[in-house]
Design a protein around this ligand. Structure first.
Ligand code: WTA
Length: 653
């Protein structure tokens, strides 16, 4: 990471949007941004009330914000149905027959759903959920591939006031169990599989496996994505039902009932610094407003845009920038089921050309993989429909930024590098495409209502180019409300460092122009291919294997993934370290958490380097994997010889 800081400090290329782009954008110049930003910070009540009027309310709020740190309530007294803003309102505003979702399956089939069709599907599925006895605030787990039904399932939950918790389809059965238990889910929505890189992901099988351990799920609704051509799935009588069979039995009419602004909308699990993922709770009005306004100003969404976010609905990006934000804006969006490299790395560019995508939002890790695959693939396609590009998930290295700008954007598309988190619900720091001067590697300036700052350990604000902790000093509408079932962890994780301020867990600095440069996580959370992963989670997966006595996991810079996972393992008793065991442990982690968590490298060591008080020196392991050397004094270690062994092992690699 320190290398990227060096290059950030030297970065002096500045890119400004074209006059044409600015002229048509909602925010056309910096004076307009500054004026609106100041209002949003000084008079948030006025600013957010004006924006909130654009959502579909059944009852207007009486108070914009109630803030008793660290608990916020937005739009008190108001009532709305989130689904109405995303779907129903477009039946009345001229968008009924406009394409809402253009879906492409990995094998190549396509399906388009207009807003009217989407409405019908969502209403019908809402009736299925009601028929299954799902009540407001019940937790419903969704474990699906990237199909329109995943979005329909989310919206249908929102419509009846149930709380969805989507699990990324790459997570394993055991990960599902932990989450089911934590939120005490009552129902599960899944598919008989999904296509990924030419194969079938056995989603239903994983669910069956998980439900052997967690008994609280009364109903499993299975969408038929694959059919019998794959291995047909087993259906447990009395528990499992087919989506299409249930839908055929209910009406496609459903009146959206209003819920309080603070009604819980979803729980999304994300990694923290312990082995147990955190269930981030988001509520209705504030979250929707955050997703809506950021799409409107940062992606500058228009009625003639074709927007495509390549994230999976299992992550927060898929929640805010596939399911809720774009639909609330009534935009047409592309949704793609499969892998970026199936059948080759030209697939994304085929999709951009085929559907004339105009706004494209992806992750730096994908961009780096595309760079490696060569310029020929994008250059052989017509990408001239693109007008705006975005990135999310991790710091973008200037080389990747320049490639994106030149090869994909043809030098004409502004790039919005968007910093935010599962916890923040919506984008927090980002350029506005019509006005903000951008530099490769910085997410630039805070969005409206976001009072971001960098503080040192004593709580003083850092000067330009001084590294510190990124904090948000005021509440914002789409902020998390708590960690589900664990208020103490909520307070301890985010609100302890500085009185009344949210600590993001990221290190950052600002430059002389006030641009924010995000350096990366300060806690034990890795960012692997833009996905958050706790080192403690991987460690506990490793020690759950019968031959492992102790494990320590650290990150190391990785050319494509941003960060790779490196594990140090001490084996029990006389177990011999072998290559086969190395492979077995990697697969074991894949089985316990999911493929994204598999360590890139595992080193066996007879003991961990420890302090005299018995603490594993992770800092030292981090330095060793990053540089191959240890700079500091190791004589205070309990077992300094171990470091020499490890250094030799790493050198051999
Ligand atoms: C990192 C993803 C630099 C950061 C939306 C944050 C970024 C974590 C950026 C949240 C960016 C996200 N530049 N770093 N533009 N966007 N991050 O919860 O470390 O999956 O804390 O949310 O990703 O990851 P999460």
């Amino acid at each position: 990471m320190s290398n990227s800081i060096e290059s950030h400090l030297q970065e002096d290329r500045v890119f400004k949007p074209s006059r044409e782009f600015s002229k048509n954008a909602r925010i056309k110049n910096m004076a307009q941004y500054t004026r609106m930003y100041q209002e949003s910070i000084e008079k948030p009540g006025i600013f957010w009330a004006r924006e909130a009027k654009e959502l579909a309310w059944q009852k207007k709020w009486t108070k914009v914000l109630d803030w008793k740190a660290p608990y916020a309530k937005w739009f008190l007294g108001g009532k709305l149905n989130v689904c109405e803003s995303c779907v129903d309102q477009h039946l009345k505003n001229g968008r009924a027959n406009k394409a809402a979702l253009i879906w492409e399956g990995e094998p190549g089939e396509t399906r388009t759903l207009t807003y009217r069709q989407l409405h019908r599907e969502v209403c019908q599925f809402a009736n299925v959920l009601l028929a299954k006895g799902i009540k407001p605030k019940d937790r419903v787990m969704i474990y699906m591939p990237m199909t329109p039904e995943a979005v329909i399932a989310m919206l249908a939950c929102a419509r009846i006031g149930a709380v969805h918790s989507v699990i990324f389809g790459g997570f394993s059965a055991e990960s599902i169990v932990d989450r089911l238990e934590d939120c005490q889910a009552k129902a599960m929505i899944t598919s008989d599989g999904g296509y990924r890189r030419g194969g079938v992901v056995p989603l239903k099988e994983n669910v069956d496996e998980a439900l052997k351990k967690y008994k609280g799920v009364e109903t499993v609704i299975v969408h038929q994505r694959i059919g019998n051509e794959g291995a047909p799935v087993k259906m447990k009588r009395g528990r499992d039902v087919w989506w299409h069979e249930e839908a055929a039995q209910v009406s496609a009419k459903h009146e959206a009932q209003a819920f309080d602004s603070e009604h819980p909308l979803f729980i999304l699990y994300t990694s923290g610094s312990t082995g147990k993922p955190k269930g981030i709770l988001h509520t209705s009005a504030g979250y929707l407003l955050g997703a809506y306004t950021t799409c409107k100003y940062i992606f500058d969404m228009r009625d003639d845009d074709v927007y495509w976010c390549t994230a999976d609905v299992g992550w927060i990006t898929g929640h805010s920038y596939i399911a809720y934000g774009p639909l609330a804006n009534g935009v047409t969006q592309v949704m793609y089921e499969g892998a970026p490299n199936h059948p080759d790395f030209g697939r994304f560019w085929d999709i951009v050309e085929k559907y004339s995508v105009s706004i494209f939002y992806t992750a730096p890790t994908a961009i780096r993989a595309f760079i490696k695959a060569g310029n020929e693939l994008p250059q052989a396609r017509d990408l001239s429909s693109l007008r705006l590009l975005g990135t999310v998930g991790e710091p973008i290295n200037p080389e990747a930024w320049m490639w994106y700008h030149t090869i994909i954007g043809g030098g004409r598309c502004p790039i919005v590098d968007t910093w935010w988190q599962t916890e923040t619900g919506a984008i927090m720091i980002s350029p506005l495409p019509g006005c903000t001067p951008t530099k490769p590697g910085t997410a630039t300036l805070p969005f409206f209502g976001v009072d971001a700052a960098i503080l040192d350990e004593t709580g003083e604000e850092c000067g330009p180019n001084e590294g510190g902790k990124l904090v948000i000093r005021k509440p914002w509408p789409s902020m998390l409300r708590t960690i589900y079932g664990d208020k103490k962890r909520y307070r301890d994780t985010y609100w302890k460092d500085y009185q009344g301020m949210y600590t993001a867990g990221d290190g950052a600095r600002t430059d002389r122009k006030g641009n924010f440069w995000i350096v990366g996580r300060l806690d034990d959370v890795l960012n692997v291919s833009g996905h958050r992963l706790g080192t403690a989670e991987v460690e506990s997966a490793l020690v759950s294997h019968e031959v492992v006595a102790e494990a320590a996991v650290v990150g190391r810079p990785h050319e494509i993934k941003g960060q790779g996972v490196v594990a140090f393992v001490t084996l029990k008793g006389s177990t011999a370290p072998t290559d086969a065991l190395n492979g077995e442990l990697r697969n074991h982690v894949g089985k316990v958490i999911g493929a994204i968590a598999k360590p890139d490298e595992i080193y066996f060591t007879p003991a961990m380097p420890k302090t005299r008080s018995g603490k594993i020196m992770r800092r030292l392991l981090k330095e060793l994997v990053a540089t191959g050397e240890i700079s500091g004094n190791t004589t205070t270690l309990e077992n300094p010889g171990i470091v020499e062994d490890l250094r030799a092992q790493l050198k051999k690699k």
